[in-house]
Ligand binder design. Structure first.
Ligand SMILES: C[S@@+](CC[C@H](N)C(=O)[O-])C[C@H]1O[C@@H](n2cnc3c(N)ncnc32)[C@H](O)[C@@H]1O
Length: 308
């Protein structure tokens, strides 16, 4: 079962599997806050929601290989329950990430909610994939202080992620037919960190197919499970448009975009500062991991195209 979006209940589908076969799970379940989905009622009794959460987490864990990683996005109301269930079923927490997003929903009489919890668990504390080099960003020591002691490989991004906006109605990547599409770049960070090319990435609540879209573009295999036949049809069409065989140039441009987002520095600012340009070029070379270093002229031209 690879490279398809399966129309099924994820608990039933995964409980039918005998052997662990998945390298990475990214799960973004309904949060039980009354969203309108095609085939799922998102306001059930709290007790039932917690029991259901334990069922699908257990089913996913069964599918995960012993060196696999398991990310779960969840709202405030049930974040504590997810952590307790994870402890009970033998998952180890590596990071409790806060995704702080812009374009949150406005409120009248309390602070506006602007974050989602993303848990990063592994099955084995010692044995897991984590490609730090694919994520590193330049440190302040490099960017601001020009400090010779700075690690030339840069630093790891924080566990509060502020780089990814919610996917709003006007955004190009917005599919429009799903109520809570996740940003593709957020999923690319997760997939780059915790899987390798050729690995299998599972999303048990596939929705608009964002996890699969990130996996395809990064050369990973995917399996999505989605209960709505309509979402399966539409997300399969979304994936059809994405090529897994990319030219080096496309890969480089995509990595430039990701690095710009991760560094939160606009391309035009980098172009205007030789020091920043050099740091950006070095960081990009690390992320491209030997797959073609751009010379300064190529870098300036690629960044220039992104400023228009
Ligand atoms: C929060 S959305 C996921 C959005 C997704 N991350 C994206 O970027 O598009 C949750 C999805 O889970 C689906 N779903 C609900 N119960 C399910 C189940 N038991 N098995 C599979 N999918 C289910 C819903 O139809 C919905 O599309």
């Amino acid at each position: 079962m690879r490279n398809k979006i399966l129309c099924a209940d994820c608990i039933e589908a995964l409980n039918n599997i005998n052997e662990p076969f998945v390298d990475l799970v990214f799960a973004d379940p309904p949060f039980n806050i009354g969203y309108e989905y095609d085939k799922y009622y998102d306001k059930v009794k709290s007790k039932n929601y917690i029991a259901w959460t334990k069922e699908w987490m257990t089913a996913c864990k069964k599918a995960l290989k012993s060196n696999g990683s398991f990310y779960i996005a969840i709202g405030d109301d049930y974040a504590a329950n997810v952590k307790i269930i994870a402890d009970e079923i033998g998952l180890y927490l590596r990071n409790w990430i806060i995704w702080h997003y812009t374009f949150g929903q406005q409120t009248k009489n309390k602070f506006a909610r602007s974050h989602t919890h993303i848990f990063y668990f592994v099955c084995d504390k010692e044995d897991f994939t984590f490609n730090d080099w694919a994520l590193r960003v330049p440190s302040d020591r490099q960017l601001i202080y020009n400090d010779k002691r700075a690690n030339p490989k840069g630093k790891m991004p924080d566990d509060v992620w502020t780089e990814f906006s919610r996917v709003c109605g006007t955004f190009n990547e917005r599919e429009g037919w799903h109520p809570c599409q996740m940003p593709e770049n957020l999923l690319k960070r997760v997939v780059s960190a915790s899987s390798n090319p050729g690995d299998l990435v599972l999303d048990p609540f596939s929705g608009s197919g964002t996890t699969a879209a990130a996996a395809v573009q990064l050369g990973r295999d995917y399996l999505g499970i989605e209960i709505s036949a309509d979402y399966v049809k539409k997300s399969t069409a979304r994936l059809r448009g994405l090529s897994r065989k990319k030219t080096d140039v496309k890969k480089q441009v995509e990595e430039i975009r990701r690095l710009l987002i991760d560094m939160s520095i606009p391309a035009r600012k980098i172009l205007a500062d030789d020091n920043l340009l050099e740091i950006f070029g070095n960081q990009l070379a690390i992320r491209l991991n030997g797959q073609g270093r751009l010379d300064n002229e190529q870098l300036v031209s690629a960044l220039g195209e992104l400023t228009v």
